[in-house]
Design a protein around this ligand. Structure first.
Ligand SMILES: Nc1ncnc2c1ncn2[C@@H]1O[C@H](COP(=O)(O)OP(=O)(O)OP(=O)(O)O)[C@@H](O)[C@H]1O
Length: 321
């Protein structure tokens, strides 16, 4: 188990991470999400032992992870960190880069592992190509395979698919996360992309301005987000006062995703359609309600200035209160 016990850190005087605690079970994937600058990369660097903590402690199993004051070489040997800058040998082929740290003593095993990882990152056609001739996304895939080559116990991934196009991303993600589970590799993934999180992460931690806001399974956080930041990571949402949705006269705010608002015959929620945006499998409708814009999803385009009535399932309202 990875244990993060109440850690705090700042690069200079300003605190970047404050009193963060969490645990990750061996073989689990934890996604760390948050706005740009919230401290995700810094957290990964601390887990890697790249800096000395101001406060708190880190443990993998019963071993403490310590910073540069205590270690000449950064990074424990059971851990690999795939950063946003890839550390590759440009004049060397893809397969040699991936196998760089694999022992030449067992050449057959080296070849088997290299071939297996080339398949995981779908670079079979480029095995013999020198890295300097590859695109940014291809280089990122080589770096990923290289990080997996020595079977780390923990893999730290900082925006692992940021350079990879949408055509390739989906299958690559499936391959990678399947490989991690099959090999019981614990992974911490910093990401902006919900597609990295929803299908694969066992848990998700939301950080905001260096503080842990929420941590739970992605499904639970999606169904019942406690704050706007968490909801906005998953989907577009509206804010309603409870009194706008029910007969209650309290001003509690309820977050309602755009897909949770449905057209109905008659309701308190009467809006006027302003615009329809095409969104692959539905239209996102912009409508005016109580002198502000609200958004909902609908199968077809709706006419401008059309009056619509909307409803939300009562069970959703009750859960969010
Ligand atoms: N080497 C550094 N020296 C000083 N300040 C830094 C350094 N690296 C990061 N910071 C600051 O620490 C804060 C957190 O940065 P960090 O890179 O951890 O955020 P992030 O959540 O990973 O952002 P992004 O999603 O954009 O990668 C930011 O305010 C950043 O400016």
């Amino acid at each position: 188990m990875l244990q993060v016990k109440n850690i705090s850190f700042g690069y200079h005087k300003t605190t970047v991470l404050e009193n963060i605690s969490f645990t990750v079970n061996q073989g689990d994937v934890l996604a760390v999400v948050g706005e740009s600058g919230s401290g995700k990369s810094t957290l990964l660097k601390l887990l890697y032992g790249a800096y000395d903590l101001e406060k708190g402690q880190l443990f993998w199993k019963d071993k403490e992870i310590l910073g540069p004051k205590f270690n000449l070489i950064t990074g424990p040997d059971y851990m690999k960190f795939l950063t946003q800058e890839f550390d590759l040998m440009p004049a060397t082929t893809v397969e040699k880069n991936i196998g760089e740290f694999l022992s030449n003593f067992y050449l057959k095993e080296k070849k088997r592992r290299t071939d297996e990882l080339i398949k995981v990152v779908e670079l079979e056609d480029f095995a013999k190509t020198k890295v300097r001739f590859l695109s940014g996304g291809q280089k990122q895939r080589v770096a990923l395979a290289k990080a997996l080559a020595n079977q780390p116990e923990i893999l730290l991934l900082d925006e692992p698919f940021s350079h990879i196009d949408n055509f390739r991303k989906r299958s690559l993600r499936r391959n990678l996360f399947a490989h991690l589970k099959e090999n019981n590799i614990t992974a911490i993934v910093a990401t902006h992309d919900q597609e990295d999180v929803l299908p694969y992460a066992d848990n998700m931690m939301v950080i905001h301005e260096g503080k842990k806001v929420e941590m739970d399974t992605p499904q639970r956080l999606f169904k019942n987000p406690k704050n706007k930041l968490t909801a906005s990571f998953f989907a577009e949402f509206n804010e309603f006062k409870l009194s706008e949705l029910t007969d209650s006269n309290t001003n509690d705010i309820i977050l309602v995703y755009t897909h949770e608002l449905k057209l109905t015959e008659n309701s308190k929620l009467k809006a006027v359609v302003k615009k329809s945006y095409f969104k692959v499998n539905h239209f996102l409708i912009e409508a005016e309600f109580n002198e502000r814009n609200i958004y909902f999803e609908h199968d077809t385009k709706l006419d401008k200035n059309e009056n619509v009535y909307l409803e939300i399932q009562e069970s959703i309202i009750n859960k969010r209160l």
